[in-house]
Design a protein around this ligand. Structure first.
Ligand code: 5AD
Ligand code: SF4
Length: 470
């Protein structure tokens, strides 16, 4: 039993980051057993689920998409906002019910929620039917925990470590796609934005060595992958924690030079985004003209309280520079409304940035206090009704620009990487444009995995319709 500790999670030392190896030497003890895996949260979590899936396959499990058919349920959780919690605890209710009918069912919880002191305590006290809790730092221990569970019939085992974290270089993944792949370039985060739980759930910033990342991209290319997305909480800060002297622009350039057809990256932080990085993105045709650039707020006062380290003017300057240097670039963003004591004037500053930037799309959120973060201690005088009203006004404006941006594409021809059949309409396929817009296409099943020119026939707020140019 090992429980998370907020004070440990908060700590940042100069301790060396260790490169460790996952031990894949375990038996197929679960042959003929089925697992059900549910993933919440960001791309980082989805990629972690690809690691989890590999361990489960190596243990002999096969996947099922039907909860009731499973012998093992794994919930890979997110902690970013309160509603992520609610979803998981809601789902746990279903699992608990199933376990009453099927007592041998194993229930395991991993991911960012497990890293929270309060959550783990709640599971320990109120959810004894949960068998295993593991964290973001010890995903590779899951096989061991499952094997112990099987052998000893232990009751509940909680193994979560609050630590700065290490790097594993021999991780195997069972990837969701054979066309696009995620590649971790760094783990953790040291920015400590005052509202954000991530630096506590995922440890300190640890960049992978450039040569290891390039090797992974080259292997993916050889295996036929068309696109890689470089993943990090803060990709523009890549390399700052290493002594090698290279940074994100150097990495991007090297990845582009592997010749893989499409290169993407998430997430950017305006603070670390340099002009040289913009130049590299502009220079290489295989680095996609799409940037997710979280704004969070347009008010200097709120930005300061959030610890974002830039002003509205600095954000706009960076935005303009990206627009000028990268032809045809699409820029999306994240915005939080209702940060503690946000005034109507503060909020109007946010709307002003949205009007100026006219983002291709934006993810918008109501501020959610996260236990242990500095912002959660601020006494807030904004009512939930006001926050909801602001969110609605913001969404109306954001959706207006999304539709307008998409409408401009009607009639034009865009390059699309076709990813697969449309789940709802088997006559269609879907893919993404270079600017990361989802497009549904009539026919084209023989073109899955290829990048082809597509004519945009209709634009909606959140997707496009198109047809293959023959
Ligand atoms: N409340 C609301 N939104 C949040 N985000 C991060 N932390 C919080 C929080 N406590 C949003 C930010 C971030 C995105 C991933 O989630 O906008 O960019
Ligand atoms: Fe991803 Fe952050 Fe959610 Fe963790 S808390 S899953 S890092 S979005």
């Amino acid at each position: 039993m090992h429980l998370p500790d907020l004070n440990e999670a908060r700590k940042r030392t100069n301790q060396e980051v260790l490169e460790k190896e996952v031990d894949y030497n375990f038996s197929k003890a679960f042959l003929n057993k089925k697992y059900f895996l549910r993933t919440y949260g960001c791309q980082m979590n989805m990629h972690d689920s690809e690691e989890i899936r590999k361990y489960l396959e190596l243990l002999g499990f096969t996947e099922t998409s039907v909860l009731e058919d499973s012998d093992l349920v794994v919930l890979n959780t997110c902690a970013i906002r309160e509603n992520a919690h609610e979803k998981v605890f809601g789902y746990l209710g279903r699992c608990k019910h199933l376990k009453r009918e099927k007592p041998e069912l194993i229930i395991a919880i991993g991911g960012c929620m497990s890293q929270e002191e309060g959550v783990t305590k709640e599971i320990k006290e109120k959810h004894p039917y949960v068998d295993i809790v593991f964290g973001t730092h010890n995903i590779s221990e899951l096989p061991k925990l499952l094997l112990e569970k099987k052998a000893e019939q232990k009751k509940q085992d909680i193994e979560v470590y609050s630590m700065e974290g290490d790097i594993y270089e021999n991780i195997q993944y069972s990837r969701d796609s054979k066309i696009t792949a995620w590649v971790n370039i760094m783990y953790g985060c040291d920015k400590f934005c005052t509202y954000c739980i991530v630096p506590y759930t995922r440890g300190k910033q640890r960049s992978r060595r450039l040569e290891n990342i390039i090797k992974e991209v080259e292997e993916l290319k050889k295996a036929g992958y068309k696109e890689v997305t470089l993943l990090g909480q803060n990709v523009n800060a890549y390399g700052k924690d290493l002594e090698e002297g290279y940074d994100f622009k150097d990495l991007l350039e090297r990845v582009a030079k592997t010749g893989i057809e499409r290169v993407r990256f998430v997430t950017s932080h305006p603070w670390d985004f340099t002009e040289e990085m913009i130049d590299v993105i502009a220079k290489y045709d295989n680095i996609m003209p799409y940037i997710h650039l979280p704004l969070q707020s347009g008010s200097d006062r709120i930005l300061k309280l959030m610890g974002r380290r830039y002003t509205k003017a600095e954000y706009l300057k960076l935005f303009q520079s990206i627009k000028e240097k990268i032809p045809n670039v699409a820029i999306t963003t994240d915005i939080i409304v209702g940060f503690p004591n946000e005034t109507e004037e503060d909020f109007l500053e946010t709307l002003d940035v949205v009007n100026t930037c006219q983002f291709d799309s934006a993810f918008t959120f109501i501020y959610s206090p996260r236990e242990g973060t500095p912002a959660s201690k601020i006494k807030d005088n904004v009512t939930i009704e006001e926050k909801e009203e602001r969110l609605q006004r913001l969404n109306e404006l954001v959706n207006h620009y999304s539709l307008e941006k998409n409408k401009r594409l009607e009639g034009s021809i865009v390059p699309v990487l076709i990813l697969g059949e449309n789940e709802k309409d088997k006559n269609k396929v879907y893919g993404y444009t270079d600017t990361m817009k989802l497009i549904n296409i009539t026919e084209g099943h023989d073109l899955i995995g290829k990048i082809v020119p597509v004519k945009v026939t209709e634009a909606k707020s959140f997707s496009l319709d198109g047809e293959i140019v023959k």
